[in-house]
Write a protein that binds this ligand. Structure first.
Ligand code: TPP
Ligand code: MG
Length: 278
């Protein structure tokens, strides 16, 4: 698929994700929308993982450390063929469902339970170190939120990854500048974020996380980097795709009402069509 086709796919999958959230009457919609392009670029272009090789020791590993964005993650896994989208949509977050409200590793394609922030990177450091010790060729990817970076365990993981020169590890920060209660820089400041990762021995790549060409170049650069782990600081817009939600903290966890739903779906459709007709 071309990057333009991937960009259009990301809008289609945003629309499906909104349907999941409205059906379940719950979901972290803002972070779902900001991270969708990253997930599509990784699953459909950069990572060597699929339903066919999901148990192969050489598959690439992915952990959604910001596990609250499970709705977009599961929509992407369904599109990739790991499970049926309708089954997921109709049972997500319902009592007794396997599709509980955060990533659950009994489902095909899910490497790690997540949702308690701050644990994806440390676990991925272990996976990457194991890969080095085994001489395996797989790569390890994790996506964190920027609010998540307030967790101390993130920086213990960052320290170890630098120490062990884990160039098979790529961490993404979904840098939407908002967390649950407002601006990250007000709640717990991260800047100068690039310098902080660099000081821990990381190769730092900044990109436009809502632009497929920019993401593609960033993940290519990470793959080519030797001797250091890479972090992709993906600058994104929380709620990306509709003016109803964009850059508004209350849309961290909110279910659109009927009127908002109609406007959001119309906005997402027109963004998708603009990409297809460009
Ligand atoms: C350890 C822990 N503390 C608190 C929470 C509650 N929580 C869920 S989402 C969230 C904000 C996360 O913000 P960010 O990482 O920026 O995510 P995004 O903006 O991408 O949605 C918080 C505090 C949690 N899931 N885990
Ligand atoms: Mg955030």
């Amino acid at each position: 698929m071309t990057n333009r086709e991937l960009a259009a796919l990301a809008y289609e999958l945003r629309k499906k994700t909104v349907d999941v959230i409205v059906g379940a009457k719950t979901g972290h919609i803002g972070g779902d929308m900001s991270v969708m392009d990253t997930l599509v670029m990784l699953y459909f272009k950069h990572m060597n993982v699929s339903p066919e090789n999901k148990d192969d020791p050489n598959r690439d590993r992915f952990v959604l450390s910001k596990g609250h964005s499970v709705e977009s993650y599961y929509t992407v896994l369904a599109e990739k063929g790991f499970f049926d989208f309708e089954t997921y949509k109709n049972s997500f977050s319902r009592y007794g469902s396997e599709f509980i409200g955060h990533p659950h590793n009994t489902l095909p394609g899910v490497e790690m339970n997540s949702g308690s922030l701050g644990y994806g990177l440390p676990v991925c450091v272990g996976m990457a170190l194991a890969g080095k010790m085994d001489g395996a060729a797989y790569r390890v990817y994790t996506v964190m939120g920027d609010g998540e970076l307030a967790e101390g365990s993130v920086w213990e993981g960052a320290m170890a990854a630098g120490h062990y020169h884990l160039d098979n590890l790529c961490a993404v920060v979904d840098r939407n500048s908002l967390q649950i209660s407002g601006e990250t820089e007000d709640v717990m400041s991260h800047e100068p974020l690039a310098d902080r990762f660099a000081a821990f021995g990381w190769h730092v790549i900044e990109c436009d996380g809502n632009d497929m060409n920019s993401l593609d170049a960033a993940f290519t650069e990470a793959k080519e980097t030797r001797g250091q782990p890479s972090v992709v600081i993906a600058h994104t817009i929380k709620g990306r795709g509709s003016s109803v939600m964009e850059n508004q903290a209350p849309w961290h966890h909110k279910v659109p009402n009927a009127e908002e739903y109609a406007r959001i779906q119309a906005d997402l459709t027109s963004r998708k069509e603009a990409i297809e007709n460009a």
